[in-house]
Design a protein around this ligand. Structure first.
Ligand SMILES: Nc1ncnc2c1ncn2[C@@H]1O[C@H](COP(=O)(O)OP(=O)(O)OP(=O)(O)O)[C@@H](O)[C@H]1O
Ligand SMILES: [Mg+2]
Length: 232
């Protein structure tokens, strides 16, 4: 289980997260939603110790991670698919997914097994990463994350720039991959439909603070919250 308490995050002197507290249980799927600049990416990067300077508690399976570097967090089962996806252009889809071995060591799932789980990847498995659409790249990034067998997969706005039909496919594949592998999910999103498909509950972040926590029906019962923090 992930437990975050009183988390502050800074870029230089500028404080971006203010006393954030969240939890994600084993195998649980949770969304972080909020507007542009709310602090979603900063939160996910803070949990990986990958960028911002952080203070507060980040506890993973009972261990206070303190200043543990990102690569060691990966070995403990945490994994982040960042906004920019980081697909290697000169190697194939299958080889991109094989790269998970470098993070997960002998524990990684073979690329062929993972590709079976993502039907969109089957016909393009031998295509170079540099010749993929945005949606295909996102699929590869998620598949590579799953190949490393994370205990908690963090996805940073995976639907950004994707066509609606791809968003639907991605929702099915992300949820199925988490259910099949038992991975927990912490998903940063602005697409509420997608976030709801993939998760059971959500936090709303605004100006670096958690302003709402509940399940999706609870958000339905609070239209004022939705209007105030999520309306564009
Ligand atoms: N490297 C950085 N240096 C300084 N400030 C930053 C840096 N990255 C982000 N910020 C600032 O931190 C705040 C939160 O940004 P963050 O990227 O976490 O938001 P976000 O919720 O992910 O937004 P988006 O939905 O647009 O991706 C913003 O005010 C942003 O300008
Ligand atoms: Mg972001």
């Amino acid at each position: 289980m992930l437990k975050v308490e009183r988390l502050d995050a800074f870029y230089g002197d500028s404080q971006v997260l203010h006393g954030v507290g969240i939890t994600v249980g084993d195998g649980e799927r949770v969304a972080i939603v909020g507007r542009n600049g709310a602090g979603k990416s900063t939160l996910l990067k803070s949990l990986m110790n990958a960028g911002p300077r952080v203070s507060g508690l980040v506890e993973w399976q009972g261990e206070n991670l303190r200043d543990m570097p990102s690569f060691r967090r990966v070995r403990l089962g945490l994994s982040l698919v960042p906004e920019d996806r980081r697909i290697f252009g000169h190697v194939t889809v299958a080889e991109n997914i094989e790269m998970a071995r470098y993070a997960a060591g002998g524990n990684a799932l073979p690329a062929a097994v993972v590709i079976e789980r993502f039907p969109m990847l089957v016909p393009i498995k031998d295509r170079p990463g540099g010749r993929l659409s945005g949606g295909q790249q996102q699929m590869v990034a998620v598949a590579r994350a799953i190949a490393a067998r994370p205990k908690l997969m963090m996805l940073d706005e995976p639907t950004e720039g994707l066509a609606p039909v791809i968003v639907e496919q991605l929702a099915r594949d992300v949820k199925a991959a988490c259910v099949e592998t038992g991975a927990a999910l912490l998903l940063s999103e602005q697409n509420l439909w997608f976030a709801r498909q993939c998760t059971d509950r959500l936090y709303i972040i605004d100006s670096g603070q958690i302003v709402f926590s509940g399940d999706w029906p609870a958000l339905d019962r609070a239209p004022d919250v939705k209007q105030r923090y999520l309306a564009v």
